[in-house]
Design a protein around this ligand. Structure first.
Ligand SMILES: [Zn+2]
Length: 340
């Protein structure tokens, strides 16, 4: 093992054996926003064998305050976060195999990845629907994962190990987690960093297979009010849970339960996913729209169309973000005007 990881190998919790284990593991990070970019950077530097990172959004100026992988150039080029993250992570550690996926994390996609072999999943999403889906995938394929969320100066984290700890669906019975999904109240970078620290410490324990060291409590903190809490969760496991109980059905893996439209967190933006999947020729579309008089800009991953009050960004998979509205009906009519 080279000098690169010497300090981590000197650390007794990891050692040479642990480092060797870390080097052969695959981490799946869902989301490449604040939590996703921080988690990815720490785990790439730690020498994880393979990192897959999924994100549906592109880099915006308001991300730079806390999303540590991105630069002003990424904003200027409207780079998809997953692609910008991949480029940066490769520059940080060329030993790590990095794969980025631009798009929504769907149950189908996560199950396919899980079947190929995922050792640890990191929750870095901003929405509850995706978290519940991750939770079902984790239970079905026995993959440990680390829940994390933050808003304002507040954050929380919990490590979920299938067949051992309660799952996220169990926790919902005792903790009101749904409120923790939107950043409309603003956010400070240290709250993000604190959640990243908890998630990556747990991830390193899992990757190095030091299962005894895993934190069993639900941790939450408020860095502005100087409050810390660590709740015991041993009694939270619910026998009737549909995700981890005896009569489990994995309800969140059913695509029928998925919405096709969603309002993006604190962004005055609606996302629309087409009901049929398939690649869109962005070049062709950009040409058509330009000839109709629209102002179109883009890069190989997406095109951005200025429409007066609103702006629509279309990705290769046909997904669109409509900025400047929170109204799903209005967003749909704009989408249909452009994409039919
Ligand atoms: Zn459960």
């Amino acid at each position: 093992m080279n000098e690169r990881y010497s300090r981590q190998i000197l650390f007794p919790g990891i050692g040479q054996d642990g480092q060797e284990k870390i080097r052969h593991k695959h981490v799946l990070i869902i989301g490449a926003g604040a939590l996703g970019s921080g988690n990815a950077e720490v785990l790439a530097r730690a020498g994880a064998g393979k990192i897959t990172i999924i994100d549906r959004d592109y880099v915006d100026a308001s991300n730079l305050q806390r999303q540590q992988l991105y630069t002003e150039a990424d904003v200027a080029e409207k780079m998809p976060k997953a692609a910008a993250a991949e480029k940066r992570l490769r520059a940080i550690n060329s030993d790590v195999s990095i794969r980025s996926i631009i798009g929504d994390a769907t149950a189908e996609m996560l199950e396919e990845l899980a079947r190929d072999g995922v050792d640890v999943m990191i929750d870095a999403t901003d929405n509850f629907e995706t978290r519940m889906m991750m939770n079902d995938v984790a239970q079905k394929y026995k993959i440990p994962w680390i829940y994390g969320a933050c808003v304002g100066s507040f954050g929380m984290s919990f490590s979920i190990i299938p067949e051992k700890t309660p799952c996220l669906n169990c926790l919902l019975r005792s903790i009101p987690l749904q409120g923790m999904t939107c950043d409309t109240g603003g956010i400070i970078a240290p709250a993000v960093q604190m959640v990243i620290a908890h998630q990556t410490a747990e991830a390193l324990k899992m990757l190095a297979e030091d299962w005894e060291a895993i934190r069993t409590t639900f941790v939450s903190f408020d860095l502005w009010r100087n409050q810390y809490a660590s709740l015991k969760m041993s009694k939270a496991k619910f026998a009737g849970c549909l995700s981890c109980g005896e009569e489990r059905t994995y309800p969140y893996l059913d695509q029928e339960n998925w919405t096709k439209t969603s309002v993006l967190c604190g962004r005055d933006t609606v996302q629309i996913r087409p009901s049929t999947s398939g690649e869109v020729s962005l070049e062709q579309l950009a040409g058509q729209l330009s000839s109709l008089g629209y102002a179109v800009k883009g890069n190989p991953y997406l095109i951005s169309v200025d429409m007066g009050g609103q702006r629509m960004v279309i990705f290769q998979d046909g997904r669109a973000l409509i900025h400047g509205t929170k109204d799903i009906t209005q967003a749909k009519s704009i989408y249909q005007r452009i994409l039919g």
